[in-house]
Design a binder for this molecule. Structure first.
Ligand SMILES: [Mg+2]
Length: 180
């Protein structure tokens, strides 16, 4: 058993779409024409049941059938979903702060987390209102965290941050790790 506070001052930053999820949730809701052009996101159930799924999400209806569809389609199935949830819970129990930094919309992310019964999984959700590059940079430069782990499927997001970091005085106790 690890020390219950051994990961205090550690920050994990997750991008949302295609990092926590396996398909692009923002595009599914807001730009379905684009979503359906991507072979890797194609799904009959998401195609034919989109209206009812969106209704469930928007009204935050507890619906076991839709919950299972959302887990299967957006979280790669029950096994991946359970590993993700238990992993994040273990890190939080050890004092780690875990946030979402997305360029999507907070209310839509919250609706999805609610419908899969994970509203309290993350410490905080930041969306397009707070530029994620700036958000991470602030946490690096103010030295509040000993280590920051930034997970994003889009390597351009990592590069954008790295370009700024190379020109910014970084607090000496902050380490940042980029993970795809
Ligand atoms: Mg992404």
């Amino acid at each position: 058993m690890g020390n219950s506070t051994s990961l205090e001052k550690h920050l994990v930053v997750f991008d949302f779409d295609c990092t926590l999820t396996t398909k692009h949730y923002y595009h599914y809701i807001n730009d379905y024409k684009y979503f359906r052009t991507k072979d890797q996101w194609k799904s009959e159930v998401l195609e034919f049941r989109r209206d009812e799924l969106i209704h469930t999400l928007n009204t935050r209806t507890i619906n076991e059938e839709h919950k299972n569809i959302l887990i299967n389609e957006f979280f790669g199935g029950e096994e991946r979903f359970n590993l993700l949830v238990s992993g994040i819970n273990k890190l939080r129990q050890q004092g780690c702060t875990i946030i979402i930094a997305s360029r999507g919309k907070k209310s839509e992310i919250e609706n999805l987390l609610y419908c899969i019964e994970q509203s309290n999984l993350f410490n905080k959700i930041f969306d397009r209102e707070m530029d994620k590059t700036k958000l991470i940079l602030t946490n690096i430069t103010n030295g509040d965290y000993k280590a920051i782990y930034y997970m994003d499927d889009d390597s351009r997001e990592h590069e954008k941050l790295l370009d700024i970091i190379l020109e910014t005085p970084i607090h000496e106790s902050s380490n940042i790790f980029f993970l795809c």
